[in-house]
Design a protein around this ligand. Structure first.
Ligand SMILES: Nc1ncnc2c1ncn2[C@@H]1O[C@H](COP(=O)(O)OP(=O)(O)OP(=O)(O)O)[C@@H](O)[C@H]1O
Ligand SMILES: [Mg+2]
Length: 243
């Protein structure tokens, strides 16, 4: 795709093809995602927008290799993930994806720094990981709270620790679910700005949100509108693929 070459990407950070997800909800089998396809090039910040229940979180989980689709295929940085066994998929996910969950999932009782280094623990924390953690903490204005227990941090600080942790493995794809849900205007703007700088590291960012403050922020490359599990192609969602 010529667009990728402009971005110096080559292989997309993520490619999603004809993804369908059916879920048994206790009463019936429901189609939560219905034939969803798109690419995420490196240095793209793409927003997935849609009403509650439209499938945003499910889509993020599938793109981020946390969940397998019922059919269709996802490639992360060129590697197919959809038909991998869980153990192998978890391994690809750890190398290729950084997640910021809506509830952040910081570990209270550990410091900011220890939280940022958590994804390195399975492989063993190397000296270069310590250096990278320090740089990320500084970058997000957390240097002075590096040794502070996560439970004592402010909401904005917790958000930034979660962002730094998602970046410790330098993943080609960063995925965030409703990152501004509980933030005031100033904090929401600052998250939008931080996400735009994260793109400079040659990665793609995929954000689910119904927050117009984020969807309309300057760094956003594209908006994917999800309506009842389908991408709404009447909007500009596909413009980058069609160009
Ligand atoms: N594990 C599950 N079991 C049953 N139903 C599920 C499951 N996961 C998701 N669903 C259903 O799939 C649909 C899409 O859910 P999803 O969480 O992806 O929506 P969403 O767009 O993220 O919504 P919100 O904006 O409220 O976060 C919903 O109807 C939800 O109830
Ligand atoms: Mg959701």
């Amino acid at each position: 795709m010529p667009d990728d070459e402009h971005r110096g990407g080559g292989t997309p950070a993520a490619s999603v093809r004809n993804v369908v997800k059916r879920i048994w909800d206790g009463r019936e089998r429901r189609t939560v995602l219905d034939d969803v396809s798109f690419d995420l090039a490196r240095r793209e910040l793409v927003v997935v927008r849609g009403p509650s229940g439209s499938g945003k979180t499910t889509l993020l989980a599938i793109v981020g290799a946390m969940l397998s689709p019922s059919s269709g295929e996802v490639h992360l940085d060129g590697e197919p993930t959809s038909r991998l066994r869980e153990a192998h998929r978890a391994e690809v996910r750890r190398r290729k994806v950084g997640f910021v969950f809506q509830d952040l999932q910081l570990v209270d009782g550990l410091t900011s720094r220890e939280n940022v280094l958590l994804p390195r623990v399975p492989d063993g924390v190397r000296p270069q990981d310590e250096t990278r953690a320090t740089a990320l903490l500084e970058r997000f204005g957390l240097g002075s709270v590096a040794g502070v227990d996560a439970k004592s941090l402010s909401g904005g600080e917790r958000q930034r620790v979660a962002l730094a942790r998602a970046l410790i493995n330098d993943p080609p794809l960063l995925v965030l679910d409703e990152p501004t849900a509980h933030l005031d205007d100033a904090r929401a703007t600052s998250i939008a700005n931080e996400l735009a700088t994260v793109l400079d590291d040659d990665r793609a960012v995929l954000v689910a949100t119904h927050d117009p403050r984020l969807a309309q922020s300057a760094g956003v490359s594209r908006i994917l509108d999800l309506v009842a599990g389908r991408l709404d192609k009447t909007h500009h969602a596909w413009s980058a693929l069609e160009s």
